[in-house]
Design a protein around this ligand. Structure first.
Ligand SMILES: NC(=O)C1=CN([C@@H]2O[C@H](COP(=O)(O)OP(=O)(O)OC[C@H]3O[C@@H](n4cnc5c(N)ncnc54)[C@H](OP(=O)(O)O)[C@@H]3O)[C@@H](O)[C@H]2O)C=CC1
Ligand SMILES: CC(C)CCC[C@@H](C)[C@H]1CC[C@H]2C3=C(CC[C@]12C)[C@@]1(C)CCC(=O)C[C@@H]1CC3
Length: 350
């Protein structure tokens, strides 16, 4: 049964990031009292109390967690990075700190932003359900490896007097994202988005940020003793699977860039990405190289990965509140600076 949260105090850890800030906006609209904990501030809002600190430090977390009804944990280092030690410290040890501090100060509810990628290891997933998919045993990157450790830790901490839930979004896009749209546009500007990896028919989920926020709010409202959501993970997507390359084409052409049109074999690119990853690793003591193709990116761009939201529908009444069309429109309108103003050459698909 969903509880009213009007006037309840929550803490959004990572609230200055892309998802966290959207979450704060909706929580405020719904009447919550919102506090933010983040390593930096990116915006100001007189309705929000900001705590600046590092979640790896219990002494930083403690004052922010005092008197809080529910914690939303959506902080993480940027997923496409390659710093194993940082991922481990922030995503795994930092989350252990959050749990320990919650227990110490008497916070009873924790909503974790996990990721659908915790079950993805490069092999196709079609309409994947939470109870049918095991955690990836060979995750493709350190980010995923530590998101698995993080989710397991949070769900295992669920108990009679501490209620936890994990939301697993997939491919989040929307205004102010610094990843999906800006990276795709940067690649397009460098001429690297002419290529389609594989046959272009791989079906995936992309999720508008407003739907991810909606999933988090529902989870918090249902996180009460005896509720089926306690101790469980939930896929949250737009529930509108789409060809990866159709989505990219809509995004890029909508912003004035040419559509990807030259097909390259998946296996060739995957091997190339493995070689580049190896070279970057060998040279890492001397210099830091970030290849634009990683095995994870190639796999995400060339395989199926879409998930069922049935469990979230059953247990918390989840239904997307924005369609893919609405999300794409809102997203493209929000990035005037990413629009291409150069004339675009017409290309035939190959
Ligand atoms: N974007 C996506 O497609 C998906 C994201 N997710 C998950 O959603 C969550 C939010 O992602 P998103 O909003 O895109 O990420 P952002 O990077 O925009 O936001 C994360 C915020 O956490 C902050 N942060 C990082 N380390 C610490 C720390 N040690 N202490 C306090 N704050 C810290 C970041 O600061 P700084 O920027 O300075 O590092 C940033 O402000 C993450 O948990 C991510 O794993 C899940 C599925 C898909
Ligand atoms: C190889 C190129 C064609 C890829 C360009 C687009 C990518 C920048 C994005 C497409 C799918 C995205 C995605 C993520 C990051 C950005 C993309 C790779 C995540 C890895 C972010 C963190 C997660 O938890 C899972 C996401 C899956 C989709």
């Amino acid at each position: 049964m969903a509880a009213s949260m009007k006037g309840k105090r929550c803490l959004v850890i990572g609230g200055c990031g892309f998802l966290g800030r959207h979450l704060c906006e909706v929580l405020l609209e719904k009447g919550w009292t919102v506090q933010v904990f983040d390593i930096r501030t990116t915006f100001e809002d007189p309705r929000i109390k900001f705590f600046i600190g590092d979640l790896c430090k219990i002494e930083d977390l403690k004052p922010a967690l005092e008197g809080v009804h529910c914690v939303f944990h959506c902080a993480s280092p940027a997923p496409l990075g390659n710093n194993k030690a940082l991922f481990y410290k922030v995503n795994y040890e930092g989350t252990q700190n959050i749990i320990a501090t919650c227990k110490e100060v008497g916070v009873k509810r924790l909503v974790l932003t996990s990721s659908a990628s915790v079950v993805y290891e490069g092999k196709g997933i079609r309409n994947g359900k939470e109870d049918e998919l095991p955690y990836a045993t060979k995750p493709l990157d350190y980010y995923t490896e530590t998101k698995i450790l993080q989710e397991k830790t949070v769900l295992a901490a669920n108990s009679q007097d501490f209620y936890t839930v994990a939301i697993r979004p997939h491919g989040i896009f929307g205004p102010r994202d610094l990843q999906l749209v800006p990276i795709a546009v940067d690649m397009a500007r460098k001429g690297k988005m002419k290529f389609i990896i594989g046959d272009g028919k791989n079906v995936v989920d992309f999720t508008y940020v407003g739907n991810v926020v909606h999933g988090h709010v529902l989870a918090a409202e249902h996180l009460n003793p005896g509720s089926p959501v306690c101790g469980k993970a939930y896929h949250i997507t737009n529930a509108e699977p789409i060809f990866f390359w159709t989505f990219m084409t809509r995004l890029l052409t909508g912003l004035g860039y040419p559509a990807p049109h030259i097909h390259l074999p998946y296996t060739l690119l995957y091997i190339l990405a493995l070689i580049m990853q190896f070279v970057a690793w060998v040279l890492s003591p001397i210099t830091i190289i970030s290849p634009s193709l990683s095995p994870m990116k190639v796999a995400l761009a060339g395989t199926d990965h879409f998930y069922s939201c049935e469990r979230a529908k059953q247990d918390m009444g989840y239904k997307p509140v924005f369609t893919l069309d609405q999300g794409l429109k809102l997203t493209m309108e929000s990035y005037p600076e990413l629009k291409n103003t150069e004339p675009v050459e017409e290309k035939k698909s190959q």
